[in-house]
Design a protein around this ligand. Structure first.
Ligand SMILES: CC(C)(COP(=O)(O)OP(=O)(O)OC[C@H]1O[C@@H](n2cnc3c(N)ncnc32)[C@H](O)[C@@H]1OP(=O)(O)O)[C@@H](O)C(=O)NCCC(=O)NCCS
Length: 295
């Protein structure tokens, strides 16, 4: 039987979370996020067999959100011979669209711990698997030079929606392509504006980038998530691609975040987005991990 967590399950759940695993959820994180609202009893699903817990799924959502968005943990009791159908059943309890993010090292991508979880996700409908490289800049690196050929200005939500819509054309970003197919370019751009606004980074740091003739080139969104400063988003208009502007935008984001005290900045890009990955390498960002995403 699948059911959501009740208060008296807490000790049992914390015991499940003690085992080292590929799961993002640790004991400490579970307690802290229950407090902050990123995890909730109503978003924590148990598979129970009589009195005993056979499986557990922990979902994450924004603390001020009304639905879970991403799966952070799948656990099964050692007695469960094949956890795949059990986990698939647990995942199906939460309505799509949802994602499952697994954080690992490139060398551990094919460990059974990961492949079994991805098999369960696929059985529950999360069949698209993408890989994102994780990058990190630290203040041990010199701050990148700010662009001498672009100027940066704030803009309205409408301006950013227009920029996002144009930038989505020819994008190599998997989530963008999925959004285009699902709702179309305009709705996707509006969704993205709301999504980036819901992140903890201040909205007033978003920038539009213009060239010397004051024509729009792209946009740069420094931001933050619960873990600290991040490169929220950047993009170059299709007609302006291939001139290295991505580097100017990333330099501006890095500079703005560093200037306001960031000592570590993190960023992700899809393995298919080769110009973006090359830009991170060029600007001194180090590839430190791999995020596997089932959606
Ligand atoms: C990724 C992106 C920012 C790259 O911008 P850029 O300023 O054109 O990057 P570069 O000038 O360094 O491009 C390097 C090469 O990749 C090519 N390239 C860039 N974007 C490309 C795209 N979307 N599709 C195919 N090729 C692309 C360039 O033409 C150039 O080719 P060349 O070396 O043969 O001249 C831009 O493609 C974009 O805005 N994409 C959509 C948004 C996005 O993916 N943002 C990153 C999210 S993490």
């Amino acid at each position: 039987m699948y059911r959501t967590m009740v208060e008296t399950d807490l000790d049992l759940i914390l015991t499940c979370l003690t085992e080292p695993s590929v799961n993002t959820t640790t004991r400490e994180r579970f307690v802290a996020y229950l407090e902050s609202g990123g995890y909730r009893p109503a978003w924590t699903w148990l598979a129970v067999d009589g009195e005993s817990v056979a499986g557990l799924a922990v979902w994450w959502g924004f603390p001020d959100g009304d639905k879970p968005l991403a799966l952070d943990c799948l656990w099964a009791a050692p007695a469960v011979a094949d956890p795949v159908p059990l986990w698939a059943g647990l995942i199906r309890q939460v309505p799509p669209p949802v994602e499952y993010h697994i954080f690992t090292q490139p060398s551990r991508r094919d460990d059974p711990e990961i492949t079994t979880r991805l098999a369960a996700a696929a059985e529950a409908g999360l069949t698209t698997v993408t890989e994102r490289f994780r990058y990190e800049w630290t203040s041990a690196q010199p701050r990148p030079e700010r662009s001498a050929r672009l100027t940066f200005r704030p803009g309205s939500d409408e301006d950013f929606a227009d920029a996002f819509e144009q930038i989505s054309v020819g994008s190599l970003d998997v989530a963008t392509l999925e959004g285009l197919a699902r709702v179309g370019a305009r709705a996707q751009a509006l969704e993205d504006v709301e999504f980036y606004k819901s992140m903890p980074g201040p909205r007033d740091r978003w920038r539009l980038a213009f060239d010397s003739s004051d024509a729009l080139v792209g946009c740069a969104l420094p931001s933050a998530n619960a873990g600290g400063p991040v490169v929220g988003y950047l993009g170059v208009l299709p007609s302006r691609r291939g001139r290295g502007y991505a580097g100017d935008l990333l330099a501006e984001i890095t500079w703005m975040l560093a200037e306001t005290g960031a000592t570590t900045i993190r960023a992700d890009t899809d393995s298919t987005n080769t110009p973006m990955a090359a830009t991170f390498d060029r600007l001194g960002y180090r590839r430190f991990a791999l995020r596997v995403v089932a959606s």
